[in-house]
Design a protein around this ligand. Structure first.
Ligand SMILES: [Zn+2]
Length: 193
């Protein structure tokens, strides 16, 4: 006789329960620095997040887009545009306007890296440079967004060609170790928010 008191049996092939993380998308605006000003529309951002959620569906992690707003960049001193400009881009983001209860994702038009995350916000470039791999997504901005959200979930780079966490490619694959680690961090974020 099998008694189940307060615990459900777990099978290896049982689907993961869905974890939902709230996200705020910010369309960066800047007259002083036009390369920061994205031309993406609300509709395009929604399509991007539909694809992000398709990419993350094997982990049953869903990024719920609770709002899309515009974010006026700070008028910091200009800087010559070069490859490692992420610190300058981050310095232009008015962090006090970011959400305390959602993951912030800022979209800019042009920058050296395709995207970055080293503490919020996530910043994504709408014109990323990448190499195509088999099975990769056609929505490259979604891929960059999904990759940076992987960093939010504490995933490191893994330079296998078709992997989501490879640099500068459009692959979307996640392995079980990454899925397990990302879900653990996602649950911590849910508890924190
Ligand atoms: Zn990365």
């Amino acid at each position: 006789m099998l008694l189940l008191l307060g615990a459900l049996p777990v099978c290896a092939d049982e689907p993961f329960s869905l974890i939902t993380l709230r996200v705020r998308a910010h369309l960066v605006r800047s007259v002083a620095h036009p390369r920061l000003q994205t031309t993406l529309t609300d509709k395009e951002v929604r399509v991007i997040f539909d694809e992000v959620n398709a990419i993350w569906s094997p982990a049953a992690v869903r990024f719920e887009l609770e709002a899309i707003d515009t974010l006026q960049a700070l008028e910091i001193a200009p800087k010559r545009w070069f490859i490692k400009d992420r610190d300058w881009v981050k310095a232009a983001i008015p962090t006090q306007q970011l959400s305390a209860t959602a993951i912030d994702v800022c979209f800019v038009k042009d920058m050296g890296p395709n995207g970055f995350f080293y503490g919020e916000p996530v910043v994504v470039c709408q014109n990323p440079e990448f190499h195509k791999v088999s099975g990769g997504t056609a929505n490259i901005v979604a891929r960059v967004t999904a990759h940076e959200l992987g960093h939010v979930l504490f995933l490191q780079h893994r330079q296998e060609r078709t992997n989501l966490m490879a640099s500068g490619k459009n692959g979307v694959a996640l392995n079980l170790r990454e899925i397990t680690a990302a879900r653990k961090r996602a649950l911590e974020i849910v508890a924190k928010h």
